[in-house]
Design a protein around this ligand. Structure first.
Ligand code: 5GP
Length: 188
């Protein structure tokens, strides 16, 4: 028997979170991914409805007004939010769902769904390593890079309140650790 859970994975930008989330979903095809809504522009390789629902500011604000979001945050000048219908899809279907959200969104999900939610924070080995990784990613201009680095202190501090913390020294090892945590959590 397994107990489906809402697995929240958060990390500062460049922390390797997206890679870890993708690998976890590959290892567990039975898990679902919570596709968030966002107003940020689509990056090369991203697919609408798969990576995010890419929305205009007006569309996003309509979702807020209609109460269709479980949580939302303004991050680096763009809206990001978890759709209630995504969470319902997991809960009603008795499925484990994986969330790639920021630290504040993670705490909101915990507040809303209590014991069903498991918060995992991916920590960089150091700020210098994080900065280097973010630079290597080359998806940001200088201004966005600066905004992302400014938020790191808040993220590291908030991450202390998560249920589990995994240091991302190497991606394969961090992924294995996250996988072990999830397996234990869904086991009854
Ligand atoms: P990115 O632009 O790099 O895809 O994501 C920027 C940040 O927004 C990341 O920390 C990511 O986890 C977070 N994020 C993505 N979707 C959501 C969401 O639905 N809610 C919240 N609160 N954060 C999100």
């Amino acid at each position: 028997m397994s107990r489906p859970k809402l697995i929240v994975i958060s990390a500062p930008s460049g922390g390797g979170k997206t890679t870890i989330v993708k690998e976890i979903l590959t290892r567990h095809p039975e898990f679902q991914f919570s596709v968030s809504g966002t107003t940020r522009p689509m990056r090369t390789g991203e697919v609408d409805g798969v990576d995010y629902f890419f929305l205009t500011k007006e569309e996003f604000e309509r979702l807020i007004q209609r109460g269709e979001l479980a949580e939302h945050e303004l991050i680096y000048g763009n809206y990001y939010g978890t759709l209630k219908r995504e969470v319902d899809r997991a809960l009603l279907g008795n499925k484990t769902m994986v969330f790639d959200v920021d630290v504040k969104g993670g705490l909101s999900i915990k507040r809303l769904y209590n014991n069903s939610a498991v918060l995992i924070f991916i920590e960089p080995p150091s700020i210098t390593v994080l900065e280097q990784r973010l630079r290597n990613r080359k998806t940001e201009d200088e201004e966005t890079f600066r905004k992302r680095m400014e938020r790191v202190a808040l993220e590291l501090e908030t991450g202390k309140r998560f249920d589990f913390r995994v240091v991302n020294n190497t991606l394969p090892r961090a992924t294995d650790e996250v996988d072990e945590i999830i397996k234990k959590q869904i086991q009854s």
